[in-house]
Design a protein around this ligand. Structure first.
Ligand code: IDC
Length: 541
């Protein structure tokens, strides 16, 4: 009996021992499982963080992963989501041929919007295009920059409605088929700056790490950000225009603000600062900003009229008036155009060396200001050709660029800045942030000039109406509000910035201040001309 009991005790102890060992192994193994779960959760969080999704998304992703299986399932789901977004567009060659020593290749891009909502501001960037030349494109605008081809919308495909397709195409050439073949792999599609996918899941050849990173973004993140970016930069009324919008650049046909949102400048042009310098004062600009709703001042400095900068005017005084205007506008957070107001001189070539000196000085002085716009020749006329204007611009632009590498520069066009169509046929290349001028006086310039504008814009020209009025071209005569209305509809539809001529009380119908008022700021309704009252109404639209 004693022996039997002993055996039973030993058996129980052995069983307990095995159980304990088993438990220990179990715990260790469980811990390991937990650890691998954590690792995956961290990786998933990183993905969502990269995609700049709200914390909520990160939480949702993590809580879904309670078991190892759930984790890997969720990860593969996510992978599939990405893959399906990426696979949503196709960029394929449908034709290729040799011509001379070059190889030409046609690409067709198709993206079908299955996001259940309207997508806007698409952009397709193809990197690795250093050795590729663009020869044709349709249904898109194209810009080549830093070895990339950047495709953006034309008027009619800015927005892609749900279940609609975005389709565009282009032809490129290079010295070899290998070069043109690479493109399909290097494309990225974004909406409102957020990545929507790459061409396929094929091996990529992206050189830029940032592009690799954005490809990791989830569908959720893309949708969310698209939603957010739909709204324009919010106007905080307690802030100045510059505080709200910051440094402006030109993107395609548009001015965009610091956040990359389209932005329209609306303001007034002074009359000649040699003749009406009293209107260049901070209180006047403050009235324009706060009472009228303008965000832009243009300082018009005639070059060849009586008292002009190159025709006997006091250079020192004129420059000090420019400086007074720039300082006032800057303190008020407004944007300011320095306008080399050629007119009587007909061609900008007449005073090119003075212009070179002037813009070298201005750009050096204001190189650290981010609210300055240089208008290098108001209105070439008298038969001056676009070739001459371009030649002049190509001399002045590098002088400004040397000091101020990215300020917006506006170039006048032939026939009193009406022939933007000519500029569009042969635009200035090699510089960013270049715009071209259209001027109109609504009682004289109607559909003919609007058609030129339309044509130029369709070719991708960035246009700025730095001067206009609603009377006739003499700056006087009856107002044509009907034609003016058509013009404003067009400018607003196209997001074209404008400045109304002119801030003075001269007895002519384009003057914004009534000739009976001697006030130089703080104008009330009774101090304004009819053109002045009309202009203020436009600022509100
Ligand atoms: C006009 C002024 C007028 C002045 C004249 C000088 O309104 O008071 O005597 O210049 O030549 C432009 C020019 C702008 C003109 C304006 C009206 O850019 O300088 O101002 N205009 O003629 N282009 C079309 C019209």
């Amino acid at each position: 009996m004693e022996q039997g009991k002993k055996k039973i005790y030993i058996g129980i102890i052995a069983a307990l021992f095995i159980l304990i060992i088993g438990l220990v192994i179990g715990i260790v193994a469980g811990g390991k499982d937990k650890k691998s779960e954590d690792t995956t959760a961290v990786a998933s969080s990183e993905v969502t963080e990269n995609a700049s999704t709200e914390e909520k998304t990160v939480e949702e992703t993590s809580t879904a992963q309670t078991t190892t299986e759930a984790t890997s399932e969720s990860a593969s789901e996510k992978k599939e989501e990405n893959a399906s977004v990426k696979a949503d567009f196709s960029l394929a060659t449908n034709n290729g041929w040799e011509s001379g020593s070059d190889y030409f290749c046609q690409y067709d891009f198709v993206y079908e919007n299955k996001q259940g909502k309207t997508l806007s501001n698409w952009q397709v960037v193809i990197s690795g295009c250093e050795k590729v030349e663009l020869s044709q494109n349709w249904n898109c605008e194209v810009e080549k920059k830093d070895g990339k081809l950047i495709f953006t919308p034309v008027e009619y495909n800015q927005k892609i409605e749900n279940s609609q397709k975005l389709e565009f195409g282009f032809i490129v050439s290079a010295s070899s088929k290998e070069e043109t073949d690479k493109l399909a792999k290097n494309a990225t599609l974004t909406f409102d700056g957020e990545t929507a996918g790459t061409n396929t899941s094929e091996e990529k050849n992206n050189t830029e790490a940032t592009e690799e990173k954005t490809e990791e973004k989830t569908e959720q993140a893309t949708e969310k950000s698209t939603e957010e970016n739909k709204s324009e930069t919010k106007e905080d009324s307690s802030k100045t225009p510059f505080e709200n919008h910051g440094k402006l650049t030109v993107k395609g046909t548009d001015i965009v603000d610091k956040d990359g949102n389209k932005f329209q400048l609306k303001g007034v042009s002074t009359h000649g600062i040699a003749w009406f310098p009293e209107y260049v004062n901070k209180d006047a600009f403050k009235t324009i900003r706060d009472e009228w709703g303008g965000n832009l001042i243009r300082l018009a400095m005639y070059t060849d009229e009586n008292g002009g900068y190159c025709s006997g005017g006091n250079k020192k005084n004129l420059k000090s008036t420019v400086d007074k205007g720039v300082t006032a506008a800057t303190e008020l957070g407004m944007y300011v155009i320095i306008d080399w107001h050629i007119l009587h001189d007909l061609t900008p070539l007449k005073y090119q060396s003075e212009a070179e000196e002037f813009f070298a000085e201005m750009s050096l002085k204001y190189k650290d200001y981010d609210n300055i716009i240089y208008e290098i020749c108001n209105e070439p006329n008298g038969g001056t050709s676009w070739a001459d204007v371009k030649k002049y611009a190509e001399a002045i632009i590098p002088i400004i660029r040397k000091n101020d590498p990215d300020a917006i520069i506006v170039v006048g066009t032939p026939t009193w800045s009406q022939d933007v169509d000519k500029a569009a046929e042969n635009p200035i290349t090699g510089y960013d942030n270049i715009m071209y001028t259209v001027h109109f006086y609504a009682a004289t310039h109607k559909d003919d000039i609007r058609n030129k504008l339309k044509k130029a814009r369709e070719k991708g020209l960035a246009i700025f109406v730095t001067e206009f009025s609603i009377c006739d071209a003499s700056g006087n005569g009856a107002l044509d509000k009907n034609e003016a209305g058509k013009w404003m509809d067009m400018l607003n539809e196209y997001n074209i910035s404008y400045a109304g001529w002119s801030l003075c009380n001269k007895d002519e119908s384009s003057a914004l201040i009534s000739s009976g008022s001697s006030k130089k700021s703080g104008w009330s309704d009774g101090d304004l001309s009819e053109a002045g009252k009309w202009l203020i109404e436009q600022f509100k639209k």
